[in-house]
Design a protein around this ligand. Sequence first.
Ligand code: PDD
Length: 291
Amino acid sequence: MTPFVADPVYLNGQFLPLAEAGISPLDRGFLYGDGVYELIPVYSRRAFRLDEHLKRLQATLAGIKLANPLAPAEWKAVVEKLIATAHWEDQSIYLQVTRGADNKRDHAFPPATVAPTAFAFASPLVVTPAEVRAKGVAAITVADQRWARCDLKVISLLANILARQQAVEEGCAEALLVRDGYLKEGAASNIFVVKDGILLAPPKTHLMLPGITYDIVLELAESCGQPLEIREIHENELRSADEVWMTSSTKEILAITTLDGAPVGTGKPGPIGEQMWQRYQDFKNTIMRKG
Ligand code: PDD
């Protein structure tokens, strides 16, 4: 069986087999979830929107007051080497940085002499099967119980994990997070809504992760003249939507056709989502697979 994580992986300046990549149990990622991550899709061995992912990594590191252990060019070299040595043409690259391992457990930051832990690996890109995409997926709504800096892509994801697990236990693909009556995003995706031909997108605030795919959808909507409103979306608008989609680096654009057991719009993927999916494929294929 093809392994899910390619060898070698990257750990703290070295490329080595996963089986030999060890970290201290005192690593603050393990003890506290004190770290950050990125997930970058790779098409035909080219990392998609790598600069944007590295910028978001930098913004998250700044947000948790952790110096970036690698310069952008160094991250690029790591990513390129992982891509080149993995078996697959299409991959996902996972990057993680934690605040490293001190010799004790203490909430406050360790001394500056403690180096961060930097870890990265390549996996095969897991794509949505065409038959699933054609039908769309089911989702539930749950109360958003995350902290107040959801714009940071941190590894402490417990509230997201519990929300996604609840969705899975209810036979659904995603949990939509609602806070104070307004839709924020999904447990691991951004959410778009279509009503009366208008595309609605929640604004980038501290309560939503600024998705790389979200940005592409906005760019595509603007370039093709799709009516667009970036504003808070009330739960009632979500429930009466014509279309709801989730977006992420791995899900791309995926229709949610059932919400809390009720059909969304016609109960089938809608036309605006279908057009956007096609535009996204064209965009991706033009810049990644050709030129
Ligand atoms: N998650 N919102 C949340 C909470 C996410 O975890 C993600 C992505 C997104 C979409 O971001 P992007 O378009 O940059 O992938 C939005 C990744 C895929 C993950 O956690 O594995």
